[in-house]
Write a protein that binds this ligand. Structure first.
Ligand code: GTR
Length: 432
């Protein structure tokens, strides 16, 4: 009987995990890729308060307008995350020379405890082995377990549930040895270390497994088990959970004397780029934010409805956003915010938005336009604005506190992207 139950449960979970992929392939065909069919829209003005008062100085932004925008995104888009857990413990599992002596590799388990329940996030850190003191860091979640970011055999193999990915060594929703290094092209660890940064990463599924499960497991279940019925319309979704996890990793980094925790750049690709932006918005300890191909619900303007739309994303991934966000399916014009205001929440800290020419699903032009529409907030707070009026040609990075590039190629993170990020971090984050 027990075996039968787990058999049924296995197929149910497998079916659920396949639903989003199947739906999004179908939905992708329905998406608009014609610039002339983008609806006419007016963006909410980040520098006008809810009561209509204009924001004309820094104090009004910091004290009034910023909290208003943050609350609108919390209530209507990503949902309300809790603070720290009652207890936390950290266990250093490994501290060894790695990568031919270029790196010190550390692996730390962060165990978060709430109401007697626990959740463990396995963190992998590579530091330059010759670092004379604390180093700035890039912190980003990964899609397939820490063992995918490098073929370093010393990385602990993740044993948690994974989305199906047979070509990346995932069998029956578990990573195998064959998964080692399968995402290494996305993490230019040699360049990161050679430039004097640490790389800090963790598997996003350690924080919340990426399938709709009525919010019973992961960080949601840690705080409320069983989940409340009905669930409040502003309760946190998975993107908010992953962002919350990034803050808990930063809590740990603040205790690690080898990391300069005041210079940690949070970054992410795709759904994890959406996550990085929300983490940077909600946690101002992050010194800078990089959004790599984050698209709908990330850096792209929702009102353009180009490529993936609010309705498509809410249908394919019902667990990513809060319940309230569903009411904007097909009604992007009714949203009280748009994604340029998410970028504005990062101000005055440096922000980098990167797109790719073939990544039309993520609306590269809409990502640029959102960055540009956030520029008045940066101008007010820092005097700097985006140094491009028009969408730049491919492979012509726009440098500055507000940075942008459109890489030639597809939905990915490449050494070209990393070269730009490192150069930008050297100039705008490191040591500032
Ligand atoms: C797609 C989704 C995008 C993006 C992407 C990813 O299926 O529609 O919003 O998040 O997944 O994370 O790779």
């Amino acid at each position: 009987m027990k075996a039968e139950c787990s058999f049924v449960l296995f197929w149910l979970i497998l079916a659920l995990s396949l639903v989003p992929a199947a739906l999004s392939a179908q939905e992708e065909e329905k998406a608009n890729y014609d610039e002339s069919k983008v609806p006419k829209y007016t963006l909410p003005d980040p520098l006008v308060c809810n009561d209509g008062a204009p924001v004309t100085d820094k104090a009004a932004w910091i004290e009034k307008r910023r909290p208003e925008i943050l609350e609108l995104f919390t209530e209507q888009v990503y949902g309300r995350a809790p603070g720290r857990t009652e207890k936390v413990s950290r266990t250093l599992l490994d501290s060894s020379l790695a990568l031919g002596g270029a790196a010190l590799r550390k692996q730390v388990d962060i165990t978060l405890e709430q109401g007697g329940r626990t959740l463990t996030v396995g963190v992998l850190i590579y530091l330059p082995s010759n670092a004379p003191g604390p180093v700035p860091a890039f912190l980003g979640l990964n899609f397939g377990g820490n063992q995918t970011v490098s073929d370093d055999p010393g990385i602990i193999l993740n044993t948690n549930w994974m989305r199906p990915s047979p070509d990346k060594g995932v069998v029956d929703n578990k990573a195998t040895e064959a998964s080692r290094g399968t995402a290494s092209s996305r993490w230019d660890i040699p360049a990161i270390l050679a430039s004097g940064y640490a790389l800090v990463t963790a598997y996003y599924g350690d924080i919340d497994p990426d399938y709709p499960d009525s919010f019973a497991n992961g960080a949601h279940g840690l705080f409320q088990s069983p989940p409340p019925e009905p669930r409040p319309a502003d309760a946190w979704g998975s993107l908010a959970a992953w962002a919350w996890g990034l803050s808990r990793i930063l809590d740990y980094l603040e205790t690690d004397s080898q990391i300069d925790s005041r210079h940690v750049v949070v970054l992410g690709h795709s759904r994890l780029g959406k996550t990085a932006l929300w983490a940077g918005a909600t946690d101002q300890r992050f010194a800078g934010v990089i959004s790599n191909n984050s698209g709908c619900g990330g850096a792209a303007l929702s009102r353009r409805a180009f490529g993936e739309t609010v309705e498509i994303i809410n249908t394919s991934f019902p667990h990513w956003f809060c319940g309230n966000f569903k009411q904007y399916n097909g009604h992007e014009d009714k949203l009280p915010v748009d994604q340029h205001e998410l970028i504005a929440l990062v101000a005055p800290r440096p922000v980098y938005v990167a797109s790719a020419t073939e990544d039309r699903w993520a609306d590269p032009h809409g990502e640029f336009l959102a960055l540009k529409a956030a520029s008045p907030v940066y101008k007010l707070l820092t005097g700097d604005s985006l140094a491009a009026a028009d969408w730049p040609a491919p492979d012509s990075p726009v440098r500055g506190r507000m940075a942008y590039h459109l890489r030639t190629g597809g939905h990915d993170v490449t050494p070209y992207d990393w070269a730009q990020y490192i150069r930008w971090a050297d100039e705008y984050v490191k040591g500032k």
